[in-house]
Design a protein around this ligand. Structure first.
Ligand code: NAP
Length: 254
């Protein structure tokens, strides 16, 4: 059995990745998140055969106990952990588009973004790398953002900082774990149509048009396809990369 793990797989880009992985013959897909309701909805939307390949584990990335239980479940399934996608993330509450300047935003908001986006990835990566280093193979993708590669005035500075840090983690771990046969990459989506956009869809769209008239809001499927590629052996010579999935938006913005 080829095992996959999607941390933050209950919604948006993570959920779409679960969908694609569940379609693979011989796959077992463990996915996690806090919402058992969203997980049940996702499972119900899959074909019975694909649903049978999925296992949901309720786990908050900010709670080490939850993450330990998640990795116990992953280990208990037969086969190697071939791939892991760390998608759990939250947007910050500050930033120009939200009308909250950085110096007025409260400390708890900053801590929350770092705790989920960065420390959550840290907890996930430790569990994944322990398994993959022992088996001598595996591929990990961390969900960064184009906000991990440049300043993003449409997003909060705390979010942008956390996404830059994820690329640093990915690059360092790609080097450290190469001798163990493990690849680590980051995917950097542009603006993607998921619940994370909340009520900001129109503002983000006009922001996007201003920066790059050719760009459009992307679909979760378009990012998930790239993630599945990075998790597969087809990308066997790619590690330490930060792959932009933004229809050229980053190039246009500069
Ligand atoms: P989304 O639909 O809101 O999904 C966020 C996912 O993160 C959900 O599955 C959520 O699960 C999980 N999550 C949040 N807090 C968590 C916690 N404390 N513990 C465990 N899971 C948690 O948004 P999305 O756009 O698909 O976001 C996925 C990733 O893509 C994020 O890292 C985001 O920063 C990144 N990204 C998004 C965009 C975009 O434009 N949408 C662009 C670039 C990068 P529960 O609610 O069940 O906990």
């Amino acid at each position: 059995m080829r095992k996959y793990l999607v941390v933050g797989g209950t919604s948006g880009i993570g959920a779409e990745t679960v969908r694609l992985l569940a379609g693979l013959e011989g796959a077992a897909v463990v996915f996690s998140g806090r919402s058992a309701e969203a997980a049940a909805e996702l499972a119900a939307s899959l074909e019975p055969r694909e649903r049978g390949r999925t296992v949901f584990v309720r786990a908050d990335v900010t709670r080490q106990g939850d993450m330990d239980a998640l990795f116990e479940r992953v280990r208990a399934l037969p086969g190697d952990l071939c791939g892991a996608f760390n998608a759990a993330g939250v947007a910050g509450g500050d930033g120009p588009l939200r009308g909250v300047p950085f110096h007025e935003a409260d400390e708890r908001g900053f801590d929350r973004v770092v705790e989920v986006n960065l420390k959550g990835a840290w907890r996930s990566l430790r569990g994944e790398l322990a398994i993959m280093a022992a088996q001598g193979s595996g591929s990990i993708v961390n969900c960064s953002s184009v906000a991990g590669l440049r300043s993003a005035d449409s997003m909060s500075a705390s979010y942008t900082a956390s996404k830059h840090a994820l690329i640093g983690l990915s690059r360092s771990l790609a080097v450290e774990y190469a001798p163990h046969g493990v690849r680590v990459n980051a995917v950097c989506p542009g603006v993607i149509d998921t619940p994370m956009l909340g009520g900001m869809r129109e503002e983000l769209l006009s922001d996007l048009r201003r920066k790059n008239p050719g760009a459009r809001i992307g679909t979760p499927r378009e990012v998930a396809e790239s993630v599945v590629f990075l998790l597969s052996e087809k990308s066997g010579y790619i590690s330490g990369a930060a792959l932009t999935v933004d229809a050229g938006g980053l190039t246009g913005a500069l």
